[in-house]
Design a protein around this ligand. Structure first.
Ligand code: ADP
Length: 392
């Protein structure tokens, strides 16, 4: 008998990534791919588990929206799986609000609740919900599961989730949620397999990609994180500011006449590594550049990480381990080395040879803090939860 499969969809503003997995919590990846540039000249690429190309296609400008792209992925999945049934579809959903602290089977009530959270994540939530709606219409018999970026952080103490705002605003949902939760969840589950004692200790996980955040974790549970109400808070990122004195926003409105749209554009798309360097949001480009502005951008990126590590160490009451993940965290030895140098006061020292290799333990034998590189895999954690929901 051929076993069933799980489809995972991770929809962003202009792309939908997908993965096809065998059923089961340890199910193998069979195919993965993405449709990029949705809304402009969309392009699909898919590979098998060995990374060999199995499909590639382009669409004329403006022909494919999120709905159409989802149906193309469903069609391709059927073709690639050649008769093996899709048992369920798991989705990455950025915001689960305070209601959802774990993955949930989607029905019309759940979907209505998730739609109500759109104002809290207007740049992400609508794109996450579009494929759910498309599949509910095209194949209503297939169970769908939402996995949330906020859910991992619901274990944080109440204090860590609050702003110093009047109570009615907190009650209305203006609070710290935290994001990148699926990545943290995966990294901690991986550590539990390879370093169970370390996984229970006081950790900071540094998810450093285009989006970047830190999470303080104790006993495998989130205690605090650098992202708050939105995914623009905390660390400096590829194109996002990270934490900013709110007085800057008042200045921009009152003195520069900027409206909400212009400020959103500045905070989310024109700042961070791109804004400071004036060159690129891409760490590889900045590392290759000799310009002072590229060096200044990297220096600020590292400085902000080091400062926030200090803050999260206080929230944890001490630190036993630092774990790097995501594009920069996994691949940029220089960033890891510079962050570690800023954390020497904590007793952190890297073994530079291991750091250069970039996988597994990278701290030296003398280091008081363990340092590791653990590659993240958000799609796999979604596949795992989706599979588990079928048997629950
Ligand atoms: P996203 O948040 O979009 O998923 P990623 O986790 O893929 O982002 O991270 C993208 C970042 O990782 C970019 O800044 C990119 O330059 C950086 N990166 C990827 N590979 C390398 C590498 N080999 N060396 C340095 N930086 C890298």
């Amino acid at each position: 008998m051929t076993s069933g499969c799980i489809t995972v969809l991770n929809a962003g503003s202009s792309s939908i990534k997908f993965g096809l997995y065998e059923e089961g919590t340890g199910g193998n990846l069979l195919f993965r791919g993405q449709i990029e540039r949705i809304g402009s000249a969309a392009h699909l690429k898919a590979t098998n588990s060995e990374g060999r190309s199995v499909a590639e296609r382009s669409w004329p400008k403006g022909e494919l929206d999120h709905h159409g792209a989802t149906l193309e992925i469903v069609r391709l999945a059927r073709e690639l799986l050649a008769g093996r049934p899709v048992l369920a579809v798991g989705h990455r959903v950025v915001h689960g609000g305070t209601d959802f602290s774990s993955p949930v089977r989607i029905n019309s009530d759940v979907l209505a609740k998730l739609a109500k959270l759109v104002p809290l994540a207007p740049l992400h939530q609508p794109h996450n919900l579009a494929p759910i709606e498309a599949i509910a219409k095209a194949a209503p018999q297939i169970p769908q599961v939402a996995c949330f970026d906020t859910a991992f952080h619901r274990t944080q103490p109440a204090l860590a989730q609050e702003f110093a705002l009047p109570r009615d605003l907190t009650a209305a949902g203006v609070r710290r949620y935290g994001f990148h939760g699926l990545s943290y969840d995966y990294v901690i589950s991986r550590l539990q397999e390879i370093q169970p004692a370390l996984a229970r200790s006081r950790l900071i996980v540094a998810h450093l990609g285009n989006g970047a955040s830190l999470c303080a974790v104790h006993e495998g549970r989130s205690v605090a994180s650098t992202m708050g109400f939105t995914a623009v808070d905390g660390l400096m990122m590829g194109t996002r500011t990270g934490a900013l004195d709110p007085g800057v926003l008042l200045y921009l409105m009152q003195e520069r006449g900027m409206d909400a749209q212009a400020i959103e554009d500045l905070l989310y798309r024109k700042s961070g590594l791109l804004g400071v360097s004036g060159l690129s949001s891409d760490m590889r480009t900045l590392r290759q550049s000799e310009t002072p502005s590229a060096k200044a951008a990297i220096a600020l990126f590292v400085y902000r990480i080091v400062r926030e590590i200090g803050s999260l160490t206080a929230a944890l009451g001490g630190l036993d381990g630092l774990v790097f993940t995501a594009g920069i965290g996994e691949n940029d030895a220089a960033t890891r080395s510079e962050v570690a140098a800023g954390c020497a006061w904590l007793g952190l020292a890297l073994n530079e040879e291991s750091n250069g290799l970039g996988a597994g333990q990278i701290s030296s034998d003398q280091s008081r803090i363990a340092a590791w590189v653990v590659p993240t895999d958000e799609e796999r954690v979604i596949a795992r939860y989706t599979s588990a929901s079928l048997s629950s």
